[in-house]
Ligand binder design. Sequence first.
Ligand SMILES: Cc1cc2nc3c(=O)[nH]c(=O)nc-3n(C[C@H](O)[C@H](O)[C@H](O)COP(=O)(O)OP(=O)(O)OC[C@H]3O[C@@H](n4cnc5c(N)ncnc54)[C@H](O)[C@@H]3O)c2cc1C
Length: 458
Amino acid sequence: MPNYDAIVIGAGQSGPALARRLAAAGRKVAIIERKLFGGTCVNTGCTPTKTLVASAYVAHVARRAGDYGVGIKGAVNVDMKAVKARKDAVVAVFRNGVEQSLKTLRGCTVYEGHARFVADKKVAVNDSELAADQIFINVGARAAIPPIPGLDKIPYLTNSSMMDVDFLPSHLLILGGSYVGLEFAQVFRRFGSEVTVIEFGARLISREDQDVSEAVAGFLKEEGVDVRVDSKVIGVEKQGSSIAAKIESTGRLSQIAGSHMLVATGRRPNTDDLGLDRAGISTDAHGYILVDDQLRTNISGIWAMGDCNGRGAFTHTSWNDFEIVAANLLDNDRRRVSDRIMAYALYTDPPLGRAGMTEAEVRKRGKPALISILAMKDVMRAYERGETKGFMKILVDRDTKQILGASFLGLEGDEVIHSVLDIMYAKAPYTVIQRAMHIHPTVSEFIPTMMDKLKPLQ
Ligand SMILES: Cc1cc2nc3c(=O)[nH]c(=O)nc-3n(C[C@H](O)[C@H](O)[C@H](O)COP(=O)(O)OP(=O)(O)OC[C@H]3O[C@@H](n4cnc5c(N)ncnc54)[C@H](O)[C@@H]3O)c2cc1C
């Protein structure tokens, strides 16, 4: 049985980085990947979806070319095979980068196969059994498939199989009006598909504030996406070449048919086939591995990083998990998960950049707060660019003057949010950014202006 100092299971966002750090520290490392190096982000998540968002944006702007005084003769056509080829080329660069960096890493052995615990410090892969005192689990998550009658009998799509789509679905039905579903909705609408989003809840992206949900629904509808909220899919079936969804909405039954169906109703951790019971590793009721503030599981010498620990569902949270584990293990630096401020983006156009608390969370907290909201139509740069949808919202603690949270739904919202996020990490008062001189004309130049306009949250 080969013995290692450390075994990393899964080559997603944190595993490869940790393998590199451990190998550089002179440890004998094994890393096991069952499918594609780089995991979800690189192969079926962030990278490919953002290349699709980029292609869809070009199609959208091309259709609006006349608004900018630019003539395009004839209709704008989207070549789906070329869109997919571009996506595949970008993904291949990232995936090969991860794969080659591991396969050429001194002190690291790469195993390609499904890993399964056979005991607390023993992992089986292919025909080998590997042992190590330290094991790091980075197995990620996959699309959760809801128990809808008939779903197992139709050829539905997930974020993974969407990556093989090199044609234009004539009518894409999307189950789930949250982050993954909405990015695909706008992208395929801009490519030219009819798109219907079917959401069980009363509004889209229900974790966000109501005004954010409404604004996102508003611009999606303006682009022709059919948004159905309060709609429970109670069954699906094939009807000729179509797929029909039976919907129950406020007590009424209806049906909608499309050519294809994407299921985007959440994620589940890849922990059900990992033999966790053989190692005695505890999970919660949803299968997420329970970890402490430094990502240690209940079994000494075993850590869980990334989506599978349920402490984050983003590439940057997985990467931050790597940093926390590496800092504690190798740098004598007691970094913790609770040190981080939640931040993420929704990559619709315009995007939503989020940091810290929502307005609803600030209200629930019940302490005096200040709020400032600025419509993107009042931001000069957005006006000049002809992209004025959305608004920016900042919330501040009245007494400490520290920023509690921000939602930037608008041009460059995913970038501009970082000026607020960094001040939050610095635990500095908002007056620091209020007095900063920002560059004109940018979206960011309005952040100090927003601070001037803070008023009590009623
Ligand atoms: C459509 C979509 C778009 C997204 N867009 C964004 C975005 O824009 N920004 C963002 O921050 N996040 C985004 N995410 C989320 C992001 O992709 C994930 O949070 C991130 O990839 C999680 O990384 P990870 O390290 O936890 O695991 P993963 O990247 O999922 O990697 C886990 C790896 O473990 C392997 N594995 C699993 N089980 C085993 C086993 N038993 N043996 C061996 N190997 C195993 C898997 O094959 C996989 O390669 C998106 C997700 C989706 C689905």
